[in-house]
Write a protein that binds this ligand. Structure first.
Ligand SMILES: [Mg+2]
Length: 408
């Protein structure tokens, strides 16, 4: 059987590169993209090569970055643009294969084994992709070419930006094994600590360790890492993230009685945002923009929207932001007949896991799990089985997310 030809394509400094497109004034200057620039907790989401030279790091606080690099230009993120460019680049990849597996918004694996007769060897395809992406979008991409996904990914990291690296099977011992173990996909910081304790520092060390030992200290994943290090990764380039997300998801309702108070609106929104949230989850999507519309009893329609700091789908956040938007758009006096909430600028959850990078990430993750658990209970016991405290008591609006189970 002939070797597979796998490419890993990684757009370089993606968010920062997109922000710098067409901005001659930013050329050569240190630029970073920061989440919630105006807020205390803003963190660096991405930086360009010039900022990297000053030691600016992704995920550090903006104020720390500015200490290291006083002329750092910090720009707010534009998720819709990133999604747009990510899709444009993907259509370039699609000219070479339909076996494409996205890994975050700026990386993809491509299996081009079947395309080499048409387009030449993997290296030639990688070179064509590198040039086409640059020519058509102005962005640069680094491409790794190898016979499995793990080594292809190591390749795209090996030389960047704007470069192609080929790792052949015969290059393994000389080029791949000297690399630090943490360079390899699957070796996170806690795994790394366990490995270092038994004297494993490089990918070569890992490859030469007895897989049973690795299993003992790392569990089943230890054997997987051993296989990866020995070039035995057989996992296919899967078509995950194939199904396109819908353009938008929305719900609106006309209430039996006009809504006259903020509390009336809040309760209606609670109900709507849970439905929108559930549909987003079913579509593996998150929203980057939230819209509301209101119709008053004189049938005037008002619309209002906000670009979000990060993609969301939590019912609690949809409700909270939707409520703020409605209060901004409503005169507070004219009774409302109907309200609606719509999630737009949707991104696939695979694309958004990098976008969600925020200091509150862990809390958001916990809330996501909580909401999922509640949905499962509703499926099992009926939709009224779990109500929020607020629905039971009409309690305070900003009270913390809390659920009361009325299933005995
Ligand atoms: Mg990248």
């Amino acid at each position: 059987m002939s070797e597979r030809v796998i490419l890993h394509c990684d757009l370089n400094n993606f968010f920062a590169s997109v922000e710098c497109l067409g901005r001659e004034d930013l050329k050569g200057k240190p630029v970073a993209v920061g989440g919630s620039v105006e807020q205390r907790h803003g963190i660096i989401l991405a930086k360009n090569e010039a900022a990297k030279k000053y030691g600016v790091k992704t995920a550090e606080a903006i104020w720390q970055a500015v200490q290291k690099c006083p002329n750092l230009i910090v720009l707010p993120p534009h998720y819709d643009r990133y999604v747009c460019y990510s899709r444009r680049v993907r259509t370039i990849y699609e000219q070479y294969t339909d076996l494409i597996e996205p890994f975050g918004i700026d990386e993809c694996w491509l299996d081009v084994t079947g395309s080499t007769k048409l387009f030449g060897p993997g290296e030639a395809i990688a070179e064509q992709i590198r040039q086409t992406v640059k020519g058509q979008t102005g962005l640069t991409v680094s491409v790794g070419v190898s016979f499995n996904k793990i080594f292809a990914k190591l390749g795209s990291d090996y030389k960047k930006p704007d470069a192609v690296t080929v790792f052949r099977r015969e290059d393994m011992e000389q080029l791949i094994w000297p690399l630090a173990a943490q360079e390899m996909l699957g070796v996170g910081s806690s795994t790394l600590r366990s490995l270092q304790r038994i004297g494993v520092f490089t990918i070569g060390d890992l490859a030469k360790t007895d897989p049973h030992t690795l299993r003992l200290i790392l569990g089943k994943g230890g054997e997987t890492l051993w296989r990866f290090a020995n070039g035995l990764d057989l996992s296919p380039v899967s078509l995950s993230g194939e199904e396109p997300v819908p353009k938008s998801v929305g719900r609106s309702t006309t209430t039996p009685r006009d809504m006259k108070t903020p509390e009336d609106i809040a309760l209606t929104l609670l109900w709507l945002s849970e439905r929108v949230s559930r549909e987003l989850r079913a579509n593996h999507a998150l929203a980057t923009v939230l819209q509301v519309h209101l119709r008053d009893n004189k049938l005037n329609v008002t619309e209002h929207q906000r670009r979000l700091q990060q993609p969301i789908r939590l019912a609690e956040l949809l409700r909270k932001i939707g409520y703020e938007l409605i209060l901004e758009a409503w005169d507070g006096v004219t009774p409302l007949r109907s309200v609606g909430i719509r999630a737009v600028g949707l991104v696939h959850e695979d694309e958004s896991f990098q976008l969600c990078f925020s200091s509150d990430y862990e809390q958001l993750e916990r809330m996501e799990q909580l909401e999922r658990a509640v949905e499962r209970m509703k499926e099992k016991y009926g939709k009224d089985a779990v109500l929020r405290c607020r629905q039971l008591s009409g309690g305070k609006l900003e009270q913390h997310l809390a659920f009361k189970t009325i299933v005995s």
